[in-house]
Design a protein around this ligand. Structure first.
Ligand code: GLY
Length: 351
């Protein structure tokens, strides 16, 4: 991907290096006067993204475009069958079919691409980038997304691992005592069955390069046992991901419907633009969402708290970053150019 950067952008980035040194009390930026080059690079991701932040930073150090870097980062997790919330090995829909969602957004060109409910393709983040680069569309879904991927040389793969299939089967066999799906005689699944729990893990990864350019990606297998064709927030620009190269980037993992109804990632970037720190912006969005939840009995617990999980990640153009979750303590991954680590996220409610 070729990029051009104006001299004005370059100077603005250089100024940000010094200005951000004290931000949030964190040691985020190289000392004022440090040559632009490596000091400002940042990669932020969800708690399952420590390998992604490491890979993306490695690529940024070689001068890679930030979008290429974050996609290469999340590809590691998409390819890992042990992460059952993303890509290969992700938990399937109610029919036992893996359907994946992903979006990418490239700050320097303010362009985006996404796919939703795509089957048989392990790396939907790469297809999302193709949608951005090789079509005039922003979002292609289902069969059309698959055909688009195949047209560009992607190969169909079986995404349902035995582990994911067995969990789905447990869920299916325990849905009702009055249907024809029976658990094995030797195995009863009473009470706390893992498969009863709907999960909506995801990976978000956002990055800032040495030139001050931002990009991001969000990729997921979405809500487990979802109705076929359900689309979550991850492929919806403004919901599960948003990048404004002049301000910052934000992304989310958690219950997607709530993010679609509040355009959470877009709103977090607007909060950044109003001068909030990334952590403040994430917390402010959680407070706003918690208020909205009070209007919807289906989304709240008897005590009024949200009955779902939500995590936000934000990174501004100055290199400040942060994360917040509804319930904590929890962690997110961030590489600050020196150290790649899981860091504590802020939270609204103690678990
Ligand atoms: N955030 C992932 C989903 O709800 O699909």
């Amino acid at each position: 991907m070729s990029l051009t950067h104006s001299r004005r952008d370059f100077l603005r980035t250089g100024a940000a290096f010094g200005a951000a040194a004290l931000a949030g009390g964190r040691e985020l930026i190289g000392a004022p006067g440090q040559a632009p080059g490596t000091a400002g690079m940042r990669v932020v991701s969800s708690g399952n993204g420590l390998r992604a932040t490491d890979k993306a930073m490695e690529m940024l150090r070689t001068g890679a475009d930030p979008l290429d870097a974050v996609i290469a980062g999340v590809n590691i997790v998409e390819n890992d069958p042990e992460d059952m919330s993303v890509g290969y090995g992700g938990l399937p829909n109610e029919d036992g079919v893996v359907e994946l969602d992903a979006s990418v957004m490239h700050g320097p060109t303010h362009s985006s691409g996404a796919v939703a409910a795509i089957q048989d393709i392990k790396n939907p983040s790469q297809v999302a980038r193709l949608v951005m680069e090789r079509s005039n569309h922003c979002l292609i879904v289902g069969e059309g997304a698959l055909r688009f991927a195949l047209a560009h040389g992607f190969k169909k793969e079986v995404l349902l691992t035995d582990k994911a299939r067995e969990l789905w089967l447990q869920w299916r066999e325990n849905l009702s005592e009055r249907d024809n799906w029976l658990p094995p005689q030797s195995k009863k699944f009473p009470g706390e069955l893992q498969a009863y729990v709907m999960t909506y893990g995801t990976i978000n990864c956002i990055a800032l390069d040495a030139k001050g350019d931002l990009s991001g990606v969000t990729t997921t297998s979405g809500l487990s046992w979802k109705i076929a064709g359900r689309v979550g927030d991850s492929p919806i620009i403004g919901a599960g991901l948003y990048v404004d190269n002049a301000i910052g980037a934000a992304g989310s993992t958690g219950f997607g419907e709530a993010n679609i109804q509040t355009l959470a990632s877009y709103q977090i970037v607007q909060f950044l633009g109003q001068g909030m720190s990334p952590e403040q912006a994430c917390l402010k969005m959680l407070e706003r969402l918690a208020d909205k939840v009070k209007l919807n009995p289906r989304l709240r617990r008897p005590d009024g708290r949200p009955n779902f999980g939500m995590n936000y990640y934000a990174l501004n153009r100055k290199g400040e970053f942060g994360s917040a979750s509804f319930t904590g303590p929890t962690q997110y991954a961030a590489h600050d150019g020196t150290k790649n680590a899981l860091r504590p996220a802020a939270y609204l409610y103690k678990s």
